[in-house]
Write a protein that binds this ligand. Sequence first.
Ligand SMILES: [Mg+2]
Length: 395
Amino acid sequence: MMNPKTTCPQQTTIREVTTDVSTQARHEPSQAGRQPSLLAAYDGIVCDLDGVVYRGAAGIGDAIEALNTVLTEQDPQLVFATNNASRSAQVVADQLISLGLPVTAAQVATSAQAGAAYLRRELGVGARVLAVGGEGVAVALTQQNLHAVRPSELAPPDTVVGVLQGWGWEVSLRDLAAACGAIADGAVWVATNTDLTLPVEGGFIPGNGTLVGAVATASGTEPIVVGKPHAPLYEHAAEVLGIPAARALAIGDRLDTDIAGAAAAGMDSVWVLTGVHGFRELARSSTVPTVALASLSGLHHPRIDVCRAGDTWRAGPVDITLQDDSTVVVSRARSGADPLLWANAVAAVGLAVVLSLRGDGADSSDAVAGGDSELTTIAAAFDSALQEAQAPREQ
Ligand SMILES: [Mg+2]
């Protein structure tokens, strides 16, 4: 796993760099050109969807552009991985195509597929498995050459040897009762994921984890969970890519599922700040993303190294100073920087600083002094700084 450098080289102080703006601006492109891109270190990408590729129905422009380049060049290979088990891979692929991404269903890995693959390994081809959830659950079981049995089709004396439970609008109490019965009779129970809620416009609704909780309480049994933050979905995605998990880079917006799941599977991770989690959540989390990006355009640029000189942190085109009153001051160290590069530099420093405050920095002797309240305050200041950096900038 890559770690940020946290101490600037002695001979290069912040003052020397900031006072040499014109020289640095001229040298920057050639220096960047010699370095490999962030992606060059990996053989495959496993990419989350909501909050990374799109928000609601709208695609995230620079993410679509960056991923389009990866898909067109087929370097590295890319698979989209989602905890959502209700939609089939084809339905997900069709949505991505409508957003301008040239993908096939074979480039989508769902938690239903990961669950079906697990059950086939455990139970063998042709095993009868109860499909609880949306259409995606039954489709995934059939694709793994298992016999998908819908709850409405299950009538004594017929039995099943497995249960695959995922989310779906149509899931009923009768479906949950059928799952309880099968589990009581010894069926292997796999849950696609245990997300307690699902975000919807104007609020949230019970997610698969809530329904799994009902079955667990009633049956006194716990399921095998394949979705994020557990490793099997990422391992399944690596299998689809045909590479070891350690050679893949996971991209996601949620720390508790995407980034934690990547760590569980032994993958490096890009935490992209276009979704639900920001630095405040990072401050409360125990996960350690490998890289933070404000925009996926950063995939095609060299990784932005962060170094520190006193209270100033330096990353690519920006210097960031932490003042005594816990405010964050971002200054442009070089002219002409791409606004997306600027925002990615702020994200890189935010990650380094918050990890350092948490005591998870690359070098614990670098830890910024301060307690929990200072951590929260500084994390919030980085959220604001990033928001400002992501807004259109004037030269
Ligand atoms: Mg997401």
